[in-house]
Ligand binder design. Structure first.
Ligand SMILES: *Cc1c(COP(=O)(O)O)cnc(C)c1O
Length: 383
């Protein structure tokens, strides 16, 4: 229960303006509400954002990654290298196409896949690497593509959290192989549900269109052919309209996120939380889109666990989140042979990582309130 005298602060909340709501009304009244002109316009605008590379949209980020795997021809007998610290969608899509996820532990500082360990995980069956940019912080992209080139692997970037992130001044999505984004409401921009895939050429884009709608291709006035097994993954025009309105505000949203992240670093500097061993995320203001602000709790130095910590925040009117438990310890993955102890850094993060509130509509005072609460809880429960 929120026993503070302040309104509850969630860990995230989408910012949707009245103009967007009016534009959605226009689409609903237009007579065409599923995939149509809004989707085409959204894809063109995204393509412009990503330096003119082809972009196709889907009804989720999960569908986007699954279709990238299919376009890459990955299936039974193939291995895909990925991180155990992600939303379970990442490795679920690998299983979904019949391939085998091969986890590589994270770097405890960046919390992303440790690229220096990737080479040791490559076998003759390895076909692709699927890195995840947790909280919007990219991996070392030069290192990533160097490994891919040297071992002739495809890369399917799970950039679900990384729209607006950069590497060396280049926008994530504007270079590389397949780059997958999500527009889930928790992401930096939303289409309610949705996703987008940046592709390499028009042939891949045409294949993406088939996979997202029953394998169908059309020609002339009445021609229809089906030559691959596709599914039903198209984005609606209502969703695309929301996405287009959000895209216009991407830079503004991300700038505000960065400002709030700076306030977190300032607000936590020299406080009881750091003294007690709380670890902060890398302060990478050049590259990160600040999708999340995640701290690592020093569980061995606290007399309460993460759930207890979250409850203490909740009593102070503050929401928090867990992104994420280590994937390989879920029952579905244990059944495939994964065990405790295999990826110790990811396991520790899975137990100790905590997402603090961060979204564009937050006030500076909200950040201050969270910092005070985190410091107070650490002081109170320090062993
Ligand atoms: C959100 C997310 C996804 C899945 O996106 P959906 O649109 O929810 O399907 C995949 N991977 C990561 C890392 C995510 O954060």
């Amino acid at each position: 229960m929120n026993t503070s005298d302040q309104p509850f602060l969630p860990f995230t909340r989408p910012t949707l303006d009245e103009q967007t709501i009016a534009e959605v009304g226009d689409v609903l009244r237009s007579g065409w509400i599923t995939s149509g002109p809004q989707v085409q316009a959204f894809e063109a605008e995204l393509s412009q954002l990503f330096g003119g590379r082809p972009v196709r949209t889907f009804n989720s980020g999960t569908a986007t990654m699954e279709i990238a795997l299919r376009i890459a021809g990955i299936g039974p007998g193939d291995e895909v290298i990925t991180t155990p610290l992600s939303w379970v969608a990442t490795s679920n899509t690998i299983l979904e196409v019949g391939a085998k996820p091969v986890f590589v532990d994270i770097d405890p500082v960046t919390r992303n896949i440790d690229l220096s360990r990737v080479a040791a995980a490559i076998t003759p069956a390895t076909r692709a690497i699927m890195p995840v940019y947790l909280a919007g912080l990219p991996v070392d992209m030069d290192h990533l593509y160097d490994i891919a080139k040297r071992h002739r692997l495809r890369v399917i970037e799970d950039a679900a959290q990384a729209i607006g992130s950069q590497w060396g001044g280049k926008r994530i999505g504007a270079f590389g192989d397949f780059v997958s984004f999500s527009f889930h409401p928790n992401k930096n921009i939303t289409s309610i549900e949705g996703g987008a895939l940046v592709l390499n050429n028009d042939d891949e884009a045409r294949l993406a269109e088939k996979y997202r709608l029953q394998g169908v291709s059309r020609s002339g006035m009445d021609g229809m052919e089906v030559d691959v097994l596709g599914g039903k993954f198209n984005l609606t025009d209502v969703a695309a309209c929301v996405g287009r309105a959000q895209l216009k505000r991407l830079d503004e949203f991300n700038a505000r996120r960065a400002e709030l992240a700076r306030r977190y670093f300032d607000g936590l500097a020299g406080g009881d939380a750091l003294a007690c061993g709380v670890q902060l995320p890398p302060a990478d203001f050049a590259n990160t889109n600040w999708h999340m602000f995640q701290i690592m709790l020093p569980l061995e130095r606290l007399s309460l666990d993460r759930a207890g910590f979250m409850l203490q925040l909740k009593e102070r009117g503050i929401g928090s989140g867990v992104h994420y438990p280590a994937i390989h310890l879920f029952k579905l993955y244990r059944a495939l042979g994964f065990r405790d102890g295999m990826f110790p850094h990811a396991e520790r993060a899975g137990r100790a990582i905590l997402t603090l509130p961060l979204f564009p509509a937050m006030s500076d005072a909200d950040v201050e309130r969270v910092c005070l609460a985190v410091n107070a809880i650490c002081l109170k429960y320090k062993k």
